[in-house]
Unconditional design. Structure first.
Length: 292
């Protein structure tokens, strides 16, 4: 409906070039939202996603600027978010603390490391590793292929594997999951570690597309990923949500941002529109629960 409205107001919106641009713009957010969705469905949350993206991209650029081979720098950029996710999972699982507070605090830790490494300055890939973020195959941007494959993979993992069923059970009721023989702590650690691996992919796409980054390059991704997941039907309580719906939530945010940009609407009003959409989505998704 929004696409039709934006297309009627400005025909440029429905052009193939602009539709492909929307997919390219939401690629990083789409990948990061898969990580957020998995943790939410498991009954947790990860507010350190944006900081992990910043730390990963800064480390890659720092290594490249220091003369390190590109494959080694990329490997480091992958390993770091995975390690961060593992650390988040261990702290959440073993401390029994609220995941929101733990990951919020760890987000500041990762952001601090990114600032120390970069010195608050621009870091650059020196024109290397551009294909993943800027290349195309058959006229379709490569990031579009990446996000679609990630959505399909996450959907299959969640719906058709034992891990996915256990994840939903954990989010539905942790005590029942434990009494059913599920290793709760182990599953939490694996979930956060997997989220870190997904964030690593988002970092690769982002640094490849931008070429130059600051320590705060990932700022806001965690909140937008949270918003997209909630709009897509995932709940804070855990145990409910599906990946196709989450992807539609990401698409909605991309359509709103792109459409308002084409209509030359102020960024201030764009923020207002995003807030209204999130609140409306939460209220609508909660109507069934209120009736029960």
């Amino acid at each position: 409906m929004l696409s039709i409205i934006f297309g009627a107001l400005n025909p440029r919106f429905l052009s193939m070039r602009n539709l492909l641009a929307i997919f390219q713009q939401i690629a990083v957010l789409g990948i990061a939202t898969m990580a957020m969705a998995l943790t939410l469905i498991s009954g947790g949350i990860d507010l350190s996603i944006g900081s992990m993206i910043g730390l990963s991209t800064v480390i890659m650029c720092k290594l490249i600027m220091g003369g390190t081979a590109v494959p080694v720098a990329i490997l480091a950029g992958i390993v770091v978010p995975i390690g961060c996710g593992f650390l988040n999972g261990v702290i959440v699982a073993k401390s029994k603390c609220v995941p929101l507070i733990v990951t919020l605090g760890m987000g500041y830790v990762y952001y601090g490391f990114a600032l120390v490494i970069s010195g608050g300055l621009f870091m650059t890939m020196q024109g290397q590793f551009r294909t993943l973020g800027r290349g195309s195959i058959a006229g379709i941007p490569i990031p579009m292929y990446v996000v679609i494959l990630m959505v399909i993979g996450t959907h299959v993992l969640l719906k058709y594997t034992k891990f996915g069923r256990r994840l939903v059970a954990l989010g539905g009721n942790e005590t029942v999951a434990f009494l059913s023989g599920i290793g709760v702590d182990r599953l939490k650690i694996i979930t956060y570690t997997l989220g870190g691996a997904i964030v690593a992919l988002a970092s690769l796409v982002l640094v490849s597309r931008l070429g130059n980054v600051l320590a705060n390059v990932g700022e806001g991704y965690e909140l937008r990923a949270l918003a997209a997941a909630i709009i897509g039907g995932v709940t804070f309580e855990g145990g409910r949500g599906n990946i196709p719906g989450v992807f539609l939530g990401v698409g909605l945010l991309g359509i709103v941002q792109n459409g308002l940009n084409i209509l030359q609407v102020s960024s201030y009003f764009q923020t207002l529109a995003l807030g209204v959409i999130i609140v409306a989505a939460v209220v609508v998704s909660n109507i069934e629960k209120m009736r029960q």
